[in-house]
Design a protein around this ligand. Structure first.
Ligand SMILES: Cc1cc2nc3c(=O)[nH]c(=O)nc-3n(C[C@H](O)[C@H](O)[C@H](O)COP(=O)(O)OP(=O)(O)OC[C@H]3O[C@@H](n4cnc5c(N)ncnc54)[C@H](O)[C@@H]3O)c2cc1C
Length: 549
């Protein structure tokens, strides 16, 4: 770990931030750079980049970088009427840097429509579909800040559907892969507009960090050269270098405490030896993600806040949006060797907004990729392929180096019953109520997934693919995009935080992470999470300077 300041828990710092992921890392860097004393409580470890390896078993089966069922078990049910089953459903990074350490690094901006869709399209029955209290214009300077501060590779103006931007990308796109070339040629035949994928991975050395070495281990793995623009590589070192920010690792927050004036006084947490501490702070920011932020608010209930902290609206934990995800795998006659380099190199946004005449709400984007590891590929055969014996071995030999996928990323609607609650029976390793996830896609979300998958099949029909396997479309029982569970809004009855990320109920408590979303976008939410965090840091700094925190 880099050298850093160390505060005593009894010392009142300006801000305690819980979580060092996409949003927490940005906030820590911005607020400490702005002169504030900051403590970040992170439940996971600090992992030195040199520790990152390519061990699939450690990463995918033993959860070396992510939350695990041993410490933090969860339950799942499709609807509130179902009996929950024990299963790890909400998957997220559990280390310094959070989900940005192991994510694939697709980095799409939201488009203008994502913020104002409710006004444009009208209500969708059975949902809390709403406009954001901010627009793309409000967030654009912060998207640009993300591009330049964390390091994003891409080609400005390459997609006719892109929203306006004030600056080009700081780095050129990563090289096109075989899958990207096939995708691009087929898309052009169909009159679509493929473009180089914007990625939070350095195509060239940038700000003292090395460029991508094309090892092919982005999805699920940490980057050993620091080319992936994670909070760990890009934000945390800058925060620590200010001499004002302490990243306190293996510190598991379990309660935000408040005083009789309904103000937050700090955060209670367990250290790595399970001793309890209380970090005093003038203001508290929760950036634990769309599952753990609502959980911490629900765990912080008190006589004064009997339904959980900042939950006078009753919607903390509700309206979970996960983004729809489906795909198609194709096998070709010649080897593509697509398992090297970043997972994705080309994208299509022609279906970002679909024709309302189709009769359902939705939109999406698709990309060309190979996002599989050898073991992951071997255990993930399409349903049509035998999973043992001679035929299975033949499939492996003739497909691993010869295949690619098209992944389809789509909208989710905010359905009130989808979300996180505290499980009444199951406890985590510290004896605290475990998370229970309830999730069933809205029918429009399923129609949108099917629609985009059909477009992916159309694209592959225009390519020289030998065999094509479509993924079955099922209800999502696992989620990696955890969005909308403490939504932003102007009306305290229908939202948890205001446009400045301040909770409506507790004036010095702020929430900023995936939980702040009002709509889901079309997948790849992390660019927007980070833009929101840069903006929140500006708003919070201004409020603190006015003496309002
Ligand atoms: C395999 C995979 C691939 C992905 N690929 C992409 C992609 O290509 N593009 C994209 O946009 N998104 C991708 N994502 C999603 C992305 O990782 C998340 O959207 C993003 O990291 C969420 O940011 P966040 O700030 O909300 O929370 P996180 O990044 O999850 O950070 C939350 C942090 O808070 C810590 N924490 C939680 N609770 C506590 C507590 N009680 N006490 C102390 N610390 C706590 C956690 O350990 C974690 O470090 C992917 C996710 C997965 C799992």
């Amino acid at each position: 770990m880099n050298p850093q300041v160390s505060y005593k828990p009894s010392e009142e710092v300006d801000f305690v931030i819980v979580g060092s992921g996409a949003a927490g890392g940005v906030l820590a860097k911005e607020l400490s750079t702005n002169g504030f004393k900051v403590v970040v409580l992170e439940q996971g470890r600090y992992i030195e980049p040199t520790e990152f390896g390519h061990d699939e078993i450690a990463v995918n089966l033993e959860h070396a970088l992510t939350n695990n069922a041993h410490n933090s078990p969860q339950t799942f049910r499709a609807t509130p009427q179902d009996k929950p089953i024990q299963q790890l459903s909400a998957i997220y990074g559990r280390c310094v840097g959070g989900g940005t350490v192991h994510f694939t690094a697709n980095f799409w901006r939201f488009h203008e429509i994502d913020f104002i869709e409710r006004s444009r399209r009208g209500a969708v029955p059975g949902t809390a579909f709403d406009d954001w209290p901010i627009t793309y214009v409000d967030l654009e300077p912060y998207y640009t800040k993300v591009d330049w501060e964390v390091g994003v590779s891409g080609l400005a103006g390459a997609s006719p559907f892109d929203p306006p931007r004030t600056k080009p990308y700081p780095l050129p796109p990563l090289p096109v892969k075989s899958s990207g070339v096939i995708f691009e040629q087929a898309a052009w035949k169909l009159g679509w507009h493929p473009f180089p994928a914007p990625m939070a991975i350095l195509s060239r050395p940038y700000r003292g960090r090395a460029a991508c070495i094309h090892c092919g281990r982005c999805l699920g793995f940490g980057c050993e050269v620091g080319a992936k623009s994670s909070s760990l590589a890009a934000m945390v070192p800058v925060a620590q270098a200010t001499g004002r920010c302490e990243i306190r690792t293996e510190s598991y927050a379990f309660r935000v405490k408040t005083n009789r004036h309904a103000r937050a006084t700090g955060v209670a947490y367990f250290d790595r030896d399970r001793r309890r501490h209380f970090q005093k702070a003038r203001a508290v920011i929760l950036s634990c993600n769309g599952a753990e932020t609502p959980r911490l608010l629900l765990l912080s209930k008190s006589k004064q806040f009997p339904d959980g902290l900042a939950n006078s609206s009753g919607i903390v934990g509700k309206h979970l949006m996960t983004n729809g995800f489906t795909g198609v795998t194709a096998v070709f006659e010649h080897p593509l060797n697509d398992y090297t380099s970043a997972a994705v190199s080309r994208v299509v946004h022609d279906f970002y907004e679909i024709d309302p005449k189709l009769g359902f709400y939705g939109g999406g984007g698709m990309d060309a990729r190979f996002g599989r590891t050898p073991i992951g590929f071997a255990v993930g055969t399409p349903p049509e392929v035998p999973s043992w014996g001679k035929q299975y071995k033949k499939w492996l030999a003739e497909s691993f180096a010869y295949s690619m996928s098209i992944s389809c990323h789509t909208t989710s609607l905010p359905v009130e019953t989808n979300g996180f609650t505290l499980d009444p029976d199951l406890k985590d390793a510290w004896g605290l109520p475990a998370l229970c996830m309830t999730h069933q896609h809205h029918p429009d979300d399923v129609k949108m997934m099917k629609y985009l998958q059909d477009r992916a099949l159309e694209l592959l029909a225009a390519s020289p693919a030998k065999q094509v396997y479509a993924q079955p479309i099922r209800n999502q029982t696992h989620a990696v995009h955890l969005l909308g569970t403490c939504r932003m809004g102007n009306d305290p009855k229908r939202s948890v935080i205001n446009a400045d990320h301040r909770t409506h109920d507790v004036p010095n408590l702020f929430l900023c992470d995936g939980s702040s979303f009002v709509t889901s976008g079309r997948g790849q939410p992390t660019m927007t999470i980070e833009a929101l965090a840069f903006r929140a840091a500006d708003r919070i700094t201004a409020a603190a300077k006015r003496g309002e925190v």
